[in-house]
Design a protein around this ligand. Structure first.
Ligand code: ADP
Length: 620
């Protein structure tokens, strides 16, 4: 039983082919995790790095409490099941299962107990004396599973184990593996390109593309809250329909979604998560509608109607898929931006060539930025609200808040847009008052509430359940908010991390060899532990272009260290920051006290992040 942590894991082949980038995942003990994505997206490579069959280029792999990057595969206490069962053809099923244990010098009685126990779990007891060639594909796959089980590993890894089986057997083995997971109470990591397999088996799913994680979440959340267009299109069959659309917020709060072939009206209560920036009617977005959310009806509700000509009808027993197009001239062009697929029950009586009225469930529409393809309807949205600065106070979210000194001096009187990420809001401390309109559980003791503050709605994460109608106080962390006038950012949120470009050098000084990072053109001596980590990267580290990521808490100002000039002090009352120039680079530093007369910077090397700029990779 073990947790598995993958922290900023990268795999680069031959110094240039990036197969996996910045892979971060905490697999809980006893969790069933599935990696899914199209062929070549890096899922097998990631799994093989966990197994120890592939070297990890950068990042850390922890299994339980052990850093495993350099632990040999056989000592990681994991078992792997492959697509090709890799059974020894000349050995019996029993011997195939016993082989690994014999190699590990497990006593004979113990081997017998474990092999028979596993055979019993898998229902292959009667085949123990057969050779693999006398078994069916499904039975062979069970033997491969048995061989993994007898080792009693803390983590099971599966690499497309069911791809060689026919559809019916695959479905059967799917439920068997799920049952096996429940019975063995171990951590499972399972790779597949089949989203149905992923959705039916995983506690959580990691969706990958081009070596990057696109989203990690439960099957239900991936389906309801896809983070981007790729996940939206990849999860769910038949695929989500996509349309180009413009969105306009109407005076009654509803939002009109206009496409080439039809116009929908989304009632106000389903629009609060939409990013307001896209609702001016002047930005083209991508709208997504799942086939299940478009139904043929005799009379659609106003604002939810699509009229279209039917190109093709597929009867699938209890389900009927209707391929239609709002542009009759494009009927045979399924890639036209007016084509879609709708799903209905049996016996619809709908035939190709007819014109049909459809009704859309407007509460379930999805929207994506056309360029970035990121969802603009997030589960925990960041919001932009109007703010008026007057007399040293800011009037926003229906309240009047005292401006911290930096904002009082930087923001002249007038109107602004305040960009408030959800992490800037909490129920702790003083703030504006609001009323809970909706609340839902996020899991792990976290709750999300939609709160009406004045005329604005915000989403606040808290750790106790609330009820609709509850009066609450929402506090605002000003250092996490940006204020804009028009499109110009007048004051930005304090950055999480600032990067300095540089290199790493070793200099012979007298009798000593000293190590430095050169950041912003300034030499800063680096301590032993840090040098050790750099040397772990190999000698080429001295030749590489690097950058150093330093967050405000990873640096401090004092009388000692490297001299800097302080450009600006940002006084947020409860917290103070300084923007400093270090050579030709800039850093943001959290201030513990007043700025020293002759300021010097000290870096906390334990928390500095080092990036290889040449191939855009975090080294540690
Ligand atoms: P998946 O399992 O998602 O199909 P892989 O993890 O097998 O994808 O591969 C990810 C990427 O890494 C692919 O682009 C593949 O071509 C590349 N790759 C895999 N193995 C090697 C290798 N030994 N040398 C170079 N590139 C490789």
């Amino acid at each position: 039983m073990a947790k598995v942590s993958l922290r900023h894991i990268y795999k680069v082949y031959d110094g240039k082919v990036k197969a996996v980038s910045d892979f971060n995942l905490e697999v809980e003990d006893k969790e069933f995790i599935v990696f899914v994505g199209p062929s070549g997206c890096g899922k097998s490579t990631t799994l093989r790095m966990v197994a120890g069959l592939e070297e990890i280029t950068a990042g850390e792999l922890w299994i339980g409490d052990t850093l495993c990057n350099h632990v040999e595969a056989k000592n990681r206490n994991i078992s792997m099941v492959f697509q090709n069962y890799a059974l020894f053809p000349n050995m019996s099923v029993y011997d195939n299962m016993a082989f690994g244990l014999r190699m590990h010098k497990v006593p004979r009685e113990e081997i017998d107990k474990r092999v028979k126990g596993a055979a019993d779990i898998l229902g292959i007891t009667e085949y123990l004396n057969r050779k693999p060639k006398a078994l069916s594909g499904g039975q062979r796959q069970r033997v491969a599973l048995g061989r993994a089980i007898v080792r009693e590993p803390s983590v099971f890894l599966f690499d497309e184990p069911l791809s060689n089986l026919d559809a019916k057997l695959r479905a059967k083995m799917r439920t068997e593996i799920t049952r096996l997971h429940k019975r063995l109470q171990s951590t499972f990591i399972y790779v597949t390109h089949d989203q149905v397999e992923a959705m039916t088996m995983g506690d959580r799913i990691v969706v990958m593309k081009d070596g990057f994680i696109q989203q990690t979440d439960t099957p239900q959340n991936l389906f309801r809250w896809p983070a981007n267009k790729f996940v939206a299109g990849f999860i769910g069959t038949p695929q989500m329909n996509f349309f180009s659309a413009t969105l306009t917020r109407r005076s009654d709060g509803s939002v009109e979604a206009r496409t080439k072939g039809f116009t929908l009206v989304i009632p106000a209560e389903h629009t609060y998560r939409l990013d307001e920036k896209y609702l001016g009617g002047d930005v083209t977005v991508t709208m997504g509608i799942r086939p299940d959310d478009i139904k043929p009806v005799s009379r659609a509700a106003p604002g939810a109607q699509i009229c279209a000509s039917v190109a093709l009808v597929e009867e699938l027993g209890t389900q009927t898929l209707i391929y239609a197009n709002t542009d009759e001239g494009q009927l045979m062009n399924e890639n036209s931006d007016t084509a879609f697929c709708a799903s209905a029950g049996e016996n619809t009586g709908i035939t190709a060539g007819s014109t049909v009225e459809f009704e859309v469930d407007t509460s379930k529409l999805h929207f994506f930025d056309e360029q970035t393809e990121l969802s603009i309807k997030r589960r925990i949205p960041d919001v932009t609200v109007g703010a008026q600065v007057k007399g040293g106070r800011v009037f926003m979210l229906g309240g009047a808040l005292a401006l911290p000194p930096v904002l009082a001096s930087e923001l002249g009187e007038g109107s602004y847009d305040a960009e408030i990420p959800s992490r800037a809001l909490s129920f702790a401390g003083e703030g504006v008052s609001g009323r809970v309109e909706e609340t839902e559980e996020l899991g792990k003791g976290r709750y999300l509430s939609r709160v009406l503050c004045g005329n604005d709605r915000v989403f606040v994460v808290g750790d106790s359940p609330l009820s609709v109608g509850d009066k609450v106080c929402v506090s605002v962390a000003f250092e996490k908010i940006s204020f804009l006038r028009g499109r110009e950012e007048v004051i930005s949120a304090i950055p999480g991390e600032m990067k300095l470009n540089g290199t790493y050098v070793r200099l012979k000084e007298g009798r000593e060899k000293n190590h430095y990072i050169v950041a912003g053109g300034v030499k800063i001596p680096s301590p032993m532990d840090f040098n050790q980590k750099m040397y772990d990267r190999g000698r080429s580290i001295f030749k590489r272009k690097l950058s150093f990521g330093i967050d405000p808490a990873a640096a401090s100002l004092g009388e000692e260290g490297v001299p800097v000039t302080v450009d600006k002090v940002l006084d947020y009352g409860s917290a103070k920051y300084a923007i400093v120039s270090l050579g030709d680079g800039k850093l943001c530093v959290a201030l513990e006290g007043p700025v020293p007369a002759d300021p010097h910077i000290k870096l906390n090397f334990d928390s500095i992040k080092v990036y290889d700029s040449d191939i855009d990779m975090r080294l540690f």
